[in-house]
Design a protein around this ligand. Structure first.
Ligand SMILES: [Zn+2]
Ligand SMILES: [Zn+2]
Length: 262
């Protein structure tokens, strides 16, 4: 917070350090916009305050990727965009809102040499920060390019694999279709053979029935013939027996007559 004379920080380096350690959660800023440039802050993926300058610069660059600068709060508690307040304070080290002096540009007893050395140190620090940001930006761009290339490579790989799999599937399908066709052909063949066998069996059955009928009729004829013959023989036997009885009777009669005469 500000001292009685309005100066809270010893110099610009301390002020820049202060800003790095006082990044504000975007969602807690009324209106979500910077009061100097009136542009909306970017909502960070993780609103944790950065732990050092490099993190802060990187964080800042990420913000620039998404939308606008990060909000920081000043010792007087007013909140502005980090880039805007840094630019603003190169003209005057005061808060744009309440005009409180944020840091000292001179100290009691400073010589011109002290002031020159301090300004030199400040500009060196800012140059170093700019250099770090540029390096991080380059690294980020390289990383993004690498990522895009890798993504494209993966997409190509995926498409190639998909095409290959589709071709394999098509080939397998053709094989399967061919196999199925052969199976169906074999089954049809079996069925036709079975039908032919059934036909030939029914033909054979017909022939067998005819044969049976023929044999039956033959047997019946033979039986009738035998019966007829038996009847005939029986009849002949009877006649013969009658004849022999008559002959016998005649013989007895003849003998009796001869005995009677003799
Ligand atoms: Zn701004
Ligand atoms: Zn203020």
């Amino acid at each position: 917070m500000a001292d009685d004379d309005g100066v809270s920080l010893t110099d610009r380096v301390a002020f820049l350090d202060y800003l790095d350690n006082n990044v504000v959660d975007v969602l807690s800023v009324p209106g979500l916009r910077c009061d100097i440039c009136t542009i909306t802050y970017a909502v960070p993926p993780a609103a944790a305050p950065p732990s050092d300058i490099v993190d802060s610069a990187f964080h800042h660059d990420l913000q620039q990727e998404g939308g606008h600068e990060v909000p920081v709060h000043l010792p007087c508690t007013h909140i502005f965009g980090r880039d805007c307040i840094i630019t603003w304070t190169t003209e005057s080290p005061t808060c744009p809102m309440c005009r409180v002096v944020l840091y000292s540009t001179t100290r009691p007893g400073d010589t011109f040499g002290d002031i020159a050395r301090r300004r030199n140190r400040e500009s060196l620090r800012e140059l170093e920060q700019q250099r770090q940001r540029a390096a991080l930006h380059t690294a980020l761009r390289a990383h993004q390019a690498e990522f895009a290339a890798r993504q494209e490579e993966l997409m190509r790989e995926f498409e190639t694999r998909q095409i290959r799999e589709r071709q394999q599937f098509a080939t397998q399908f053709v094989h399967l279709e061919e196999a199925t066709r052969q199976d169906v052909a074999r089954a049809t063949d079996h069925m036709e053979r079975a039908i032919r066998q059934t036909y030939s069996m029914s033909g054979e059955l017909k022939v067998t029935r005819q044969e049976f009928e023929r044999v039956r009729i033959q047997n019946r004829d033979r039986f009738e013939e035998l019966e007829r013959r038996l009847t005939r023989e029986r009849l002949t036997g009877n006649i013969m027996r009658s004849l022999s009885a008559m002959v016998f009777a005649l013989a007895i009669l003849t003998t009796a007559l001869m005995l009677h005469r003799g």
